[in-house]
Design a protein around this ligand. Structure first.
Ligand SMILES: Cc1ncc(COP(=O)(O)OP(=O)(O)O)c(N)n1
Ligand SMILES: Cc1nc(C(=O)O)sc1CCOP(=O)(O)O
Ligand SMILES: [Mg+2]
Length: 488
């Protein structure tokens, strides 16, 4: 592997835990702007790139291969060629991937020489054991699910992967129909890497798609699993804000870091004073954390002013944070305003386009859209409008609608999903929104796909309200610790 002109020999280890074959393994498609999309996927977290080109003449395949080869060398990402041993040699690839009909891996190893990665496509235990005996460095195994990217003859699925896992010591790269919603299941079945074409390269934002898939591997991390940065205000009463966020993140099993945007003198009865943190110091806190600590997801709460909102948006963009849950805090439980009018404008113009999931309650959704929301249909329309304003995904929380179950409406730009739990009548609901959004950010950081993370967080917040603290003379806090014990 050559990087910046220096030639670094790729250290190939066949020990599974030391192998570079892990995480998101991107396989190229035949589309336009391939290098641009591959680089975006690398930005998002792709750790290996396989150049797979079944079309075009030799000259075209070589030219495109050279472009991707140079990109991978520049970014320090292993570059593997599919099918074609000669092309792998010409491009000085870091490895070669062979199908069952693409030649003998032993011969490929002899010709490519030591220190190159050799992988073989397998579809059942016999093929897997044969490849392992032939001394390859990793196995492809598929297809996991039906796919439109290839005519597959075999569909062993994650169940068969789980069944062969214990007999295979090599890294297993699962492939076929893998997406953000099913990738977790494939990892749980034993895959060390997810090979993906269309879920990343055909996505409107390949970097975000790669980030979502890469995050799934935190399912395997040791505790504290995943890291969450909360950017919010301090609630001296401890029930909401940074305090609620860090309790939630920690009690659910992740690592929490925090950036303060404001100090509030607050208790269960309301807010008696607010001091905003100087925007430049909010930016300085964000630099301190994001320049040093590997943060998986970000959750924002009270931003207080337009200047602070702009500083947060600038830093999220600068550090390319893609998985950000934005809880558009506007009013405290007791009715005190927590943002000024200009802050709402910055939230809409600068923060929403950087938002992975927006979690407004009804009043916040009404303020952001100018609508009046009286029922689920209104919630759906609000979600559509907020998605059009730039939020990738929207969860409109129905807690303020006073009838029936507590229903939240999710929209991802294509489909709606309804989360309903029994409504719990309690006055001890201080910090509900902060806690819910932090729980979603935490479960995302732990490698749960978005819709699963929301459902898990909905169960958690419902328990936290049900077990709420009758603390103080006003709205008591939800019960983070007992809810965590019940839902983790
Ligand atoms: C990791 C990985 N697994 C499987 C494949 C499939 O390769 P392909 O050349 O498309 O088909 P076969 O030759 O294996 O039948 C792959 N490219 N990468
Ligand atoms: C290239 C390939 N090989 C498979 C196998 O089962 O060996 S499935 C497949 C297609 C993978 O594309 P997508 O991520 O778009 O489903
Ligand atoms: Mg092949």
């Amino acid at each position: 592997m050559s990087t910046n002109g220096r030639t670094l020999r790729l250290v190939v280890s066949r020990e599974k835990q030391d192998s570079v074959i892990r995480g998101l393994y991107l396989v190229t498609d035949g589309g336009e702007r391939l290098a641009e999309r591959v680089e975006a996927a690398i930005d998002g977290g792709a750790r290996v790139v396989q150049y797979r080109n079944k079309e075009g003449n030799a000259e075209t395949r070589l030219a495109i291969g050279q472009e991707i080869r140079e990109l991978c060398a520049r970014r320090g990402v292993p570059f593997i060629v599919n099918d074609d041993l000669e092309l792998a040699k010409t491009l000085q690839a870091d490895g070669l991937h062979l199908g069952q009909e693409d030649g003998d891996p032993r011969e490929a190893r002899r010709i490519l020489g030591p220190g190159r990665l050799i992988g073989v496509s397998t579809h059942n235990l016999r093929e897997a054991l044969e490849a392992q005996a032939a001394g390859v460095d990793y196995l492809g195994f598929g297809a996991m699910y039906p796919t439109s990217s290839k005519e597959v003859e075999h569909l062993p699925g994650p169940e068969t992967l789980a069944a062969i896992r214990e007999q295979i010591a090599l890294p297993i790269v699962a492939i076929g129909g893998i997406s953000r919603d099913n990738g977790g299941t494939v990892i749980d079945a034993g895959a060390d890497a997810l090979a993906v074409i269309s879920a990343v390269l055909a996505a409107p934002d390949p970097a975000l798609a790669a980030a979502e898939l890469s995050l799934l591997f935190n399912r395997r991390a040791a505790p504290p699993r995943g890291s969450v940065l909360t950017v919010a205000g301090s609630d001296s009463g401890g029930g909401a804000g940074i305090q609620a966020d860090l309790k939630t993140i920690t009690l659910l099993g992740s690592y929490g870091a925090s950036v303060l945007t404001a100090l509030t003198a607050q208790n269960t009865r309301g807010v008696s004073g607010i001091h905003g943190v100087p925007p430049g110091f909010v930016a300085e806190q964000l630099d301190a954390v994001l320049s040093d600590i590997p943060i998986d997801t970000v959750k924002t709460g009270m931003l207080f002013s337009a200047e602070i909102g702009a500083a947060v948006a600038d830093k999220l963009a600068e550090y390319r944070r893609r998985i950000t849950v934005v809880d558009p805090v506007m009013v405290a439980k007791g009715g005190a305003p927590l943002v000024d009018r200009s802050a709402v404008g910055v939230l809409k113009e600068q923060l929403l386009p950087l938002t992975y999931l927006l979690t407004p309650n009804i009043p916040e959704a009404e303020r952001l859209t100018g609508m009046t929301i009286a029922d689920e249909e209104g919630m759906q329309e609000a979600a559509r409008r907020l998605h059009r304003l730039g939020a990738r995904n929207v969860l409109v929380k129905g807690g303020h609608l006073l009838s029936g179950d507590s229903v939240d409406i999710f929209f991802d730009g294509a489909a709606f999903h309804r989360y309903a739990t029994p409504r719990i009548l309690s006055k001890n609901t201080h910090g509900t929104g902060c806690t819910y959004a932090s729980a979603i950010a935490t479960f995302l950081a732990q490698g749960e796909p978005l819709r699963e993370a929301i459902g898990h967080a909905k169960q958690f917040i419902t328990a936290a309200i049900r077990l709420g603290h009758p603390l103080g003379r006003g709205h008591g806090p939800v019960n983070h610790i007992m809810a965590a014990q019940e839902t983790t």
